[in-house]
Ligand binder design. Structure first.
Ligand code: 5GP
Length: 210
């Protein structure tokens, strides 16, 4: 019971540093499996198909939806993004904690389908820092950056749907905090009902026997 994996949804404003955070979390702790999403957006400089994303056409993406091959999908800034189903299911069965780094509409859908999912929201320490990180990336046009900031404004309205916020100031501190949040979340009673029910039944049997 203790070893069953949980689904961890990580969202956050574009530029909050989720990518770097996930990379470091996976380097530092080997208990996590990161789901690779499918998207119709163009690869950024340095991104490789099958590593950051599976880059596909709109037709291929829609085919995947038709086949029920995605756990969830959403449109974000004019592109499709979705979570392939097979990998998530395989890893959960193996007892791994599976991380989905997805935006808020997808996160809310996952929460509906998997009420035990843990939802974490990554935030920058300040708005100035967010702007600096978005500009510093140097891979997006001003128009795209503006669109993403607008989405961040909308996303900020729904943060209460998440269990924890994670402030990404110092990377190492943030990675460790996140790992601790996940560890603690494993021990929430609602995520251990089978174990608790078994204990209750054993207790009843024991007290009857006395
Ligand atoms: P980016 O284009 O910056 O890589 O990602 C844009 C947004 O899409 C980010 O907020 C990212 O978390 C989200 N995203 C990435 N993959 C998925 C996915 O599979 N499903 C959903 N709903 N959002 C995703």
């Amino acid at each position: 019971m203790k070893n069953s994996g949980i689904l961890i949804v990580v969202s956050g404003f574009s530029g909050a540093g989720k990518g770097t955070l996930m990379k470091r979390l996976l380097e530092k702790y080997d208990t996590y499996s990161l789901s690779i999403s499918m998207t119709t957006r163009e690869p950024r400089l340095g991104e490789t198909d099958g590593k950051e994303y599976f880059f596909v056409t709109k037709e291929q993406f829609e085919q995947k939806i038709t086949e029920n091959g995605l756990v969830e999908h959403a449109v974000y800034c004019d592109n499709y993004y979705g979570t392939p189903r097979n990998y998530v299911e395989e890893q959960l069965i193996k007892g791994k904690d599976v991380i989905l780094e997805i935006e808020i509409q997808g996160a809310l859908k996952v929460k509906e389908m998997f009420p035990d999912a843990l939802l974490l929201f990554v935030m920058p320490p300040s708005i100035e820092e967010l702007r600096r990180r978005l500009n510093g990336r140097g891979t997006e046009t001003e128009e795209v950056i503006e669109k993403r900031l607008q989405r961040a404004t909308e996303e900020a309205e729904d943060i209460e749907a998440y269990e924890y916020i994670v402030i990404n100031d110092d990377l190492e501190v943030c990675v460790d905090e996140m790992h601790q949040m996940i560890l603690a979340s494993h021990n929430v009673p609602a995520r251990n009902m089978k174990f608790i029910e078994n204990m209750r039944n054993d207790l009843k049997d024991l007290s009857k026997g006395e």
